[in-house]
Design a protein around this ligand. Structure first.
Ligand code: RB5
Length: 149
């Protein structure tokens, strides 16, 4: 799968581990930064990763900041982006099966690295259930069309 990864300084180390893990699993990873632990704003990096999806260059993205909160706020401002900030396996499972989340957001200061990698694996493998959940996503799309430019 083609996947974008992004972080701020707080998420840099975890983003690097996730990137390495995804490459080892055969995924095509686009890393939009940041590329060091120098303090930066999560806004630009989260935005760039979501644009990769909306430009059709990536199917999904994984965003990491300290808590995951800033990145999830930014990501969910984008039309067509369904970003899920998850802290446990149940949340990731539901984010894929019920919400068809195309962006996973993780807090590097919240999760241990091996646990975060486990969440990534669920995000990458769990399918969308469709059915009544698709109807709800259609409602979201209609809402986006109504309230976004
Ligand atoms: C950076 O210090 C921190 O604010 C950021 O990584 C994130 O947690 C924001 O939501």
């Amino acid at each position: 799968m083609k996947i974008a990864v992004a972080s701020d300084h707080g998420g840099y180390e975890l983003k690097e581990k996730i990137k390495q893990h995804l490459i080892e699993r055969g995924h095509e990873v686009t890393d939009v930064g940041t590329y060091s632990t120098t303090s930066v704003s999560y806004v630009d990096f989260g935005h760039q990763a979501c644009e990769k999806i909306n430009d059709g260059l990536c199917e999904r993205a994984i965003l990491v900041c300290g808590t995951g909160i800033g990145m999830s706020v930014v990501a969910n401002k984008h039309k067509g982006i369904r970003a899920a900030l998850c802290t446990n396996t149940f949340m990731v499972d539901m984010a894929r099966r019920h919400n068809d989340a195309n962006v996973l957001v993780l807090g590097a200061r919240v999760l241990a690295i091996p646990y975060a990698i486990m969440l990534v694996d669920i995000f990458m493998s769990e399918p969308f259930d469709g059915g009544r959940h698709q109807e709800r996503l259609n409602q979201i799309t209609k809402l986006e069309e109504k309230i976004c430019d």
